[in-house]
Design a binder for this molecule. Sequence first.
Ligand code: ATP
Ligand code: MG
Length: 425
Amino acid sequence: MPETIRAVRGMNDILPDESGLWDFFDDTIRSWLSAYGYRSIRTPIVEQTDLFVRSIGEVTDIVEKEMYSFVDQLNGERLTLRPEGTASCVRAVIEHNLLYAGPQRLYYSGPMFRHERPQKGRYRQFHQVGVEALGFTGPDIDAELIVMCARLWRLLGIEDVRLEISTLGSSESRAVYRTRLINYLEQFYDALDEDARRRLKTNPLRILDSKNPALREILQNAPHLFDDLDEESHAHFAALQQLLHDQGIEFEINHRLVRGLDYYNRTVFEWVTDKLGAQGTICAGGRYDGLIAQIGGKPAPACGFAMGIERILSLISQIDEVKENIAPDVYVVHQGSVASRFAWKVAEFLRDNGLKVILHSGGGKFKSQMKKADASGARFAAVIGDDEATAEQVSIKSLRTTAEQVRINFTEMAVFLKTFNEDGR
Ligand code: ATP
Ligand code: MG
């Protein structure tokens, strides 16, 4: 017996029982985004490795240890499976000159790849919806993105999610802060873990994001970037807060919010829940005014966020509603050779009329076919024997009510099924 082949660790199959929920999410996302005028962009899953190194930053978790990078054996190109979507989106916008036509409201949705330790809410292939507003200086657009998220949580019935915001200021103000932070942390050098010691030289701000409890204590009293903020960033942040107040959005300011990617400046935010343990961030984003120029485009401001679909779906509870949504309307059972040919005609007729139909396949007695009809979740069984077929009629049995079975001409079925109500006809 050959050895069975299994899926790659940390990469999940989405089976039919779950995929209804994914479809429901996709539908919700699409109408939610179009309500705000965002249009979709679909970029390749594989990009040049340099794109991610240059945009996300050399000294980040993603670039240092999480990327699926490889050399294309056929032409020697250095490629990477995308670990996130912003870099690809910006690359495409530059490559196709989209900003020439004015600012762009865009979104994408799809799989991302990071070589992390798999656990609940953290996978090696996971899925994100990302929203990017390019060419806008904000802070109105920063607020729009946050207000949009709040609406999505309402649409999905997600509660108990809180908003944390902060500002990273300009790169100049971050440079001043960097020195101050290094000076502070050096006093505690002996207590720093290996990661933090390394980051102290390369990317000290990232230490603020540490999940090590001992370090977090030291960080309690660390200086705040806020005190080094330039005047414009101050004003931007104040205006954002005002807009959020106006829209009734509650938030906390979290001075340790730095985000794991280097391209952010000014506004950063995260939506966090306590229901998912350590994997509590369901959506994260911010402003990245320098990125477009950094990867070769004409300088333009931008702002965006990405949400982890797996984490969001694990918070959604209306699964029953979703199942009902995808159940067939009619399950067609048939026995006898004339009946089987006629059953095809009936099924196609019903589909022409917009109904969801399963045509029984695999033969068997009426009784066992009816069991399958019931298990399918269909509202009705259309029962066809040679008798019905010869008369071009169908017997209709309601599977969810006690209504009597009725026999009607097949051309009347669509209207009958659509007007059927609980107490029979
Ligand atoms: P974390 O701190 O949880 O590692 P991150 O800062 O690396 O998150 P981002 O790069 O900002 O995450 O990605 C945005 C969102 O995508 C996260 O808030 C999370 O919901 C989701 N996400 C990120 N990595 C994974 C993963 N490996 N598996 C599942 N979801 C993920
Ligand atoms: Mg991460």
